[in-house]
Design a binder for this molecule. Structure first.
Ligand code: TYD
Length: 143
C-alpha cells in the first residue's frame, strides 16, 4: 500500500510560561532530517508549493497562523488539511502532490525535509505527476 499523508501530533509541554513542542528525527518524524525551511509573508490569496517530490519526505507545521495543505496521490484521491496549531505536523510521503493555500495574515509554515535541496527531485507539472503516479502504481501492482 502506498504511504498516505497524515497528521502527526507532536509532543506538547504545556507551561504557564508558554508552551513548547519538539520534532526529533526518527522519534516524532519518520525520517532523518536533512533540511528545514519556512514560508512567511505570504500575500493574501497566494499559493505555494504546487509540486511533488520523487524522494523527499516532509513534515509541515503551522508555526503561526493557519493555512491549507492540499494533497493528491495523482490517482484521483485529493484531500485538504487545514493546519492551525503548532503541535500538529502534516507528514507528506514521497510521490504525493502538495500545494499550500489560504494563508492567514502573519502565518509561518515550517517544513522539515528528509533530503537536501535538489531541483531534480521536483515534479512540477500536475499532468507529469499523474503519469508518474500511474506508473508507480503499476509497478507496485506487479510486485
Ligand atoms: P520552491 O520549492 O520552488 O517553492 P514553491 O514550490 O512554494 O514555489 O522554492 C522557491 C525558491 O526557493 C526556489 O528558487 C528555490 C529556493 N529554495 C532553495 O534554494 N532551497 C530550498 O530548500 C527550498 C525549499 C527552496
Amino acid at each position: 500500500m502506498k504511504e498516505e499523508a497524515n497528521v502527526i501530533q507532536l509532543p506538547r509541554f504545556l507551561d504557564r510560561r508558554g508552551n513548547l513542542s519538539v520534532i526529533e528525527e526518527e522519534q516524532t518524524v519518520p525520517f532523518d532530517i536533512a533540511r528545514t525551511y519556512w514560508i512567511y509573508d505570504v500575500p493574501g490569496g497566494e499559493k505555494r508549493g504546487g509540486h511533488a517530490y520523487r524522494t523527499n519526505r516532509e513534515l509541515i507545521v503551522a508555526l503561526s497562523g493557519s493555512f491549507d495543505v492540499t494533497v493528491d496521490d495523482g490517482l484521483g484521491n485529493r484531500r485538504t488539511f487545514r493546519l492551525s496549531r503548532s503541535y500538529y505536523g502534516l507528514y507528506i510521503p514521497a510521490g504525493v502532490w502538495r500545494e499550500m493555500s489560504d494563508f492567514s495574515t502573519n502565518s509561518v509554515a515550517m517544513v522539515v525535509a528528509s533530503e537536501p535541496y535538489d531541483r531534480n527531485d521536483y515534479i512540477e507539472s500536475f499532468s507529469k505527476f499523474k503519469s508518474y503516479a500511474r506508473k508507480q502504481a503499476g509497478e507496485r501492482t506487479r510486485l
